[in-house]
Design a binder for this molecule. Structure first.
Ligand SMILES: Nc1ncnc2c1ncn2[C@@H]1O[C@H](COP(=O)(O)OP(=O)(O)OP(=O)(O)O)[C@@H](O)[C@H]1O
Length: 282
């Protein structure tokens, strides 16, 4: 899976974030003491109770937010602003309504250098790339449709293609399948797993679906709240590629229940982040 011994692809060193100066003055952090190293090609998932700081962690990883304290390096470089080496997909697919599927997928190439400057000259090649990706996610035949002609699951497939069109080194997914029915969700897990196996980008997935985290990720991190802090690191040593049947085995269910137990403890007993961190091996 991930390369070992090399410098981590994502490297958080004691990162803290308060959302503004006033909160910082009150020592009110949204996330604290984030130490996290993700190896090149690794697929990680982040789970935790609502409001614990998962999206805040994503904002830091994309460079949309800068830490109040601590250091972040991605692909060996300090993060100083919004990153272009990542693709992103969120719970709402947010396709532009006046663009066809293929034109929505092409959007990052019109915006991100080095593609932007050559976009017009290479449009034909890029359209071909977009069509191939759409085919892989089962959207062949829908390239020229508009978002309102697609189901929610289809729009989410297109948004994953849009996130991958500029061949990013890292894919950031914040609850991308949360609004979909169980069958579509499982189908998209398999599509995402196949794309990842083929292209080997890093993935950081935020999800409330523990089965999803265990099915997809190499490592699952549990975040506790107030402020958000990683308190559990669970490596998932299940066979790859993962088949859906695996999700019905005892081993799989035991890991899901173990993670559920950690989140239940954080939610129900009000265990503070520091106490949980001390109690649970990382
Ligand atoms: N722009 C902001 N300004 C101030 N506080 C914020 C801002 N965005 C988030 N927060 C606070 O930071 C904390 C973490 O929020 P975040 O959205 O990262 O949680 P989350 O784990 O992603 O939640 P959910 O699972 O519900 O999406 C919360 O207490 C939230 O109120």
């Amino acid at each position: 899976m991930a390369a070992t011994g090399a410098a981590p692809f994502v490297d958080f060193q004691d990162v803290w974030l308060a959302y503004n100066e006033e909160l910082l003055a009150q020592n009110h952090f949204a996330v604290e003491a984030i130490d996290l190293q993700v190896q090149r090609g690794e697929f990680i998932a982040i789970v935790g109770p609502s409001g614990c700081g998962k999206s805040t962690f994503m904002k830091l990883t994309t460079g949309l937010k800068m830490p109040s304290m601590g250091k972040i390096r991605i692909d060996g470089q300090p993060v100083t602003g919004p990153l272009k080496i990542s693709g992103m997909a969120f719970q709402a697919p947010s396709l532009l309504p006046w663009r066809t599927t293929v034109d929505n997928v092409l959007l990052p190439l019109e915006i991100v250098e080095p593609y932007r400057s050559s976009f017009k000259a290479r449009r034909k090649e890029y359209v071909e790339r977009a069509r191939k990706l759409l085919q892989k996610v089962g959207l062949a035949g829908y390239e020229d449709k508009f978002p309102w002609q697609l189901s929610g699951g289809m729009q989410q497939r297109a948004s994953i293609c849009r996130a991958l069109i500029h061949e990013p080194k890292m894919l950031l997914l914040d609850e991308p399948f949360g609004a979909l029915d169980a069958f579509t969700r499982e189908e998209l897990w398999c599509i995402l797993r196949d794309l990842w196996t083929e292209q080997k980008f890093n993935v950081i997935l935020v999800t409330h679906d523990l089965r999803e985290s265990v099915f997809l990720a190499d490592t699952v991190y549990v975040m506790s709240k107030s402020p958000g802090r990683f308190v559990v690191k669970r490596e998932i040593a299940l066979p790859r590629p993962r088949e859906l049947e695996l999700t019905y085995t005892k081993e799989f269910t035991d890991i899901v229940l173990e993670l559920r137990g950690h989140i239940g403890a954080i939610r129900n007993t009000g265990i503070s982040a520091a106490a949980t961190a001390a109690a649970v091996a990382s």
